[in-house]
Design a protein. Sequence first.
Length: 209
Amino acid sequence: MLTAGTVVCYLVVEFEKDKDKSNVGTAFFIDKQYLITAGHCLHHAKDTIKRILIVQPGLSHINYSKLTKGEYNLIECSLVATLYRGKDKRDGEETDFALLRAPQGFYSKKPPRFSIEPPPVGATVDVIGYPEEFRSVMLKGKELNDIDRSVDEVQKLLPKRTLTASRGVIQSTGPVMTYTLSTVPGMSGSCVLYEGKFVGTSYIIPLIF
């Protein structure tokens, strides 16, 4: 898990027209130069991408004030391919990813191995990413009677812009894995780690090779 954390990045996507709107999420390196994230992190229904930026991988916390003041060494990445086309009824969750490339000369630490073999039902997995601000709670397996208290509890479990692992159990496998674990906005694009390997779909392989 520690090795995986060193190749996970905070993602910021800027758009051409809507300068006040940036999408944020998580991306992770699958080799020294290529990254994967969620396709919807790069989507704006009425705008085009200006820049795709990542903060240096493996930082334990992203300070928002420093980020907005440009005090981080942001790395501009290019979009290699995406299967996400917006809220298209023909698309399933299996198309919600994109492949990015870091600039020539930037090389990440060596990431864990990648596996397209899904973990078995009942297996324990970790999702590693950067939680963001949220207004609603998406905890699974727990009844929420007091929303304010529950939000406060989640903020402690999944602290804002802090590299965090959320652990849960695989419910089903197939083109898309489902699992019982807690997640919030900002963790879109996070890696799924099982037995020391990143796991994902075979759709990724043609994009890379």
